[in-house]
Design a protein around this ligand. Structure first.
Ligand code: MN
Ligand code: MN
Length: 466
């Protein structure tokens, strides 16, 4: 016996926009594919905790798939795979399309820098026979979250003779880690009166790095001396070499599954590797697309995309210009005809903090990749509000490919805000909309995402560039 639907039910089905949990919609095969895809993602997360490491890991994966450094003056044909490495911190990968570059490039843009603690230029000091590093935080963090967790030191010393020494301490299980200590609760009555924002202050983010003194009866600062001696033995550096270093403290823990059902991933730096890895792995699979495909993994998004490795720079403009000129085309025309998915995360709705979200326009874990028409703050300040026409074309692409997706605003009106690289790409005359993965605990040392959403992000990136 079949139940007959009422007129209202039939009309509702035809007219209402229904949102559904992707895990109820996806096939078993899709869920299995998303699980296996995320194994590669977790390995990438552990291997690429800084922008420099992400560029290196991405280039290695790309070279294995036939990508070669782009050379100005050389001509490339359909299907050729090239990359441009900008100072080891930003990298653009391109696959030459069948149509001329001037007809437009399909761009995916993600960022590979994440909030962290940078060492100050003169970081090393000793207090009460303990050696510490002074730090300056990078990006928007809740400072109290960075205490009492194991930290690893990544980065480089650039020496006066031009050599660059790479540093990575604290990632292997048997390597030492570092830590920022917090006050014990027993003595925290004064600290507890501070606002959460000031619970740990910027100048209290001091990293413990040693306690063993150089064994000599004479002299002071013997713990600092011993630390420098160890750095000198390992990297050949002296204290003044910290002046030309980029050393970053990041959480030492590894990416892992979250939940007894293993449906989620917990890791540091998912904003925005959770979109960078999909953009990268998607372009690695692109062969002879209609339009030239380009995936750019950028630095400095977390501090406003400024600087010559950020997307506010002319780097992307020049890369597309060089590709167009290689065919005798015009750079500006190419940009004007280009389209972009700005691949960045959105705030997933947290069951404990639902107050900051407006439910009808919030994104949820497992509801697929999020299309964010605009970010910004207050009256849409500081954003690129994508055109209805462009959003329509992206909707059509996602639906036609059977990709599970949702829309999301970044929280309630006037409760806060944020931005992405979309507005800088829009400045070049490119059509752009944000598309990415919802994240819980964004910018925390350990962020949470859903495996299905990550996989849907990859599928969207591929569909856009293929
Ligand atoms: Mn981001
Ligand atoms: Mn961010």
């Amino acid at each position: 016996m079949s139940q007959t639907k009422s007129q209202a039910e039939i009309l509702k089905e035809a007219l209402f926009n229904k949102r559904k949990n992707g895990r109820l919609v996806a096939t078993d095969e899709t869920l299995a594919l998303s699980d296996s895809y995320c194994e590669g993602y977790k390995a990438f997360l552990d291997n690429a905790k800084t922008e420099r490491e992400a560029v290196k890991a991405a280039v290695a994966l790309a070279e294995a798939k036939g990508f070669v450094p782009f050379e100005i003056g050389k001509s490339y044909k359909t299907g050729d795979k090239v990359y441009v490495n900008n100072r080891g911190k930003t990298v653009a990968f391109a696959v030459i399309g069948k149509e001329p570059v001037e007809k437009g490039v399909n761009i995916t843009a993600a960022h590979i820098d994440s909030p962290r603690l940078d060492l100050k230029p003169n970081p090393l000091y000793e207090e009460i026979e303990l050696a510490l590093f002074k730090t300056h935080y990078y990006g928007g963090i809740k400072k109290y979250q960075w205490t009492a967790i194991p930290l690893a030191l990544h980065g480089v010393f650039a020496l006066k003779d031009g050599t660059v020494k790479e540093v990575c301490i604290g990632e292997a299980d048997d390597e030492p880690k570092f830590v920022i200590n917090d006050l014990l609760p027993h003595l925290a009555s004064e600290q507890n009166k501070r606002t959460l924002n000031e619970g740990i202050k910027g100048e209290e983010l001091n990293v413990l790095i040693g306690s063993h003194p150089f064994r000599d009866d004479k002299g002071s600062e013997l713990v600092k001396l011993n630390v420098l001696k160890l750095f000198n033995e390992k990297y050949g550096i002296t204290e003044s070499d910290f002046l030309s270093a980029e050393l970053e403290l990041v959480p030492a823990f590894k990416a892992c599954d979250i939940g007894i059902d293993r449906s989620m991933i917990g890791a540091y730096g998912q904003d925005d590797r959770v979109c960078a890895y999909p953009a990268l792995t998607a372009i690695l699979e692109v062969d002879a697309p209609e339009k030239t495909a380009l995936a750019i993994l950028a630095d400095k998004e977390e501090i406003g995309s400024a600087g010559n490795t950020g997307l506010e720079s002319d780097f992307l403009r020049y890369v597309i210009g060089d590709l167009a000129k290689m065919q005798g085309g015009d750079a500006t025309v190419a940009l004007r005809n280009s389209k972009c998915l700005s691949a960045d995360v959105n705030a997933g709705t947290d069951p404990t903090f639902q107050d900051v979200m407006e439910r009808r326009n919030a994104s949820f874990l497992n509801y697929g990749v999020v299309v964010t028409k605009y970010t910004g703050a207050r009256g849409k300040s500081g954003t690129s509000d994508a055109s209805a026409e462009y959003v329509a074309s992206v909707r059509a692409m996602l639906d036609n490919a059977g990709i599970i997706w949702q829309t999301g605003e970044l929280g309630k009106v006037d409760i806060g805000g944020g931005g992405t690289v979309a507005m800088y790409i829009a400045n070049m005359g490119v059509d752009v909309v944000d598309l990415g993965v919802p994240v819980l605990s964004m910018h925390a040392p350990f962020e949470t995402t859903s495996k299905l959403d990550v996989y849907m992000c990859y599928r969207a990136m591929y569909e856009f560039m293929k």
